[in-house]
Design a protein around this ligand. Sequence first.
Ligand code: CA
Length: 233
Amino acid sequence: MTKILIVEDEKPMAEAIRYSLEKESYAADVATDGDEGLRMFESGGYELVILDIMLPGTDGLEICKKIRQAGGTPVIILTAKDSEVDRVIGLELGADDYVTKPFSMRELMARVRAILRRSMEAPQEASMLEGGDVAVDIDRHEVIVRGSVVDLPLIEYRLLEVFLKNKGKVLPRERLVSAAWQGEFYGQPKTLDVHIRRLREKLEEDPAHPSRIITVRGVGYRFEPKFRPTNGD
Ligand code: CA
């Protein structure tokens, strides 16, 4: 059974959340101050934490930080202040979602379901980088182009990896060089372009007119996620 930790100092609120979670067949425990919450979290076994920000003892933001340091357990923040600042701080600290008080239990339960669904799928997502019809399976160190595995030398593999992590963004040449050679670059500036050309030959349908790895003159390159057109070719 999926175990959820509720850290909330307002007891009626905490009990209402627990009741709703149990109705959805989750197991739920309540901590009513920050220190107790942290202790219970550290004792382990929770797949989600619902966390109030304003708490006696260790406050919610601090707890959120600690949960983040401990790993990937998702956190939903409850906040009384409907200010953008709180939202940003909460999400910057790594909360997966937030709900502003007052909220409906229905809304909170929908968030809980969505986050648990996402976190079940997460391990798979984390090991795959995708951009259009090009993908990298990081665990297997494999590159898949339009459904077929393609062999890439290490430098080109690293270039593709940094492109897929930064889809649509212009990557300056220096950034690409440091990602590809990791501080051991002894080549000429043109060396990067040679590797880009080889990468294009493997990814592009028409390497002479690339539509995925785009040259940004005077700056570097940009990766555009593209699929091969299904008709007209
Ligand atoms: Ca509170």
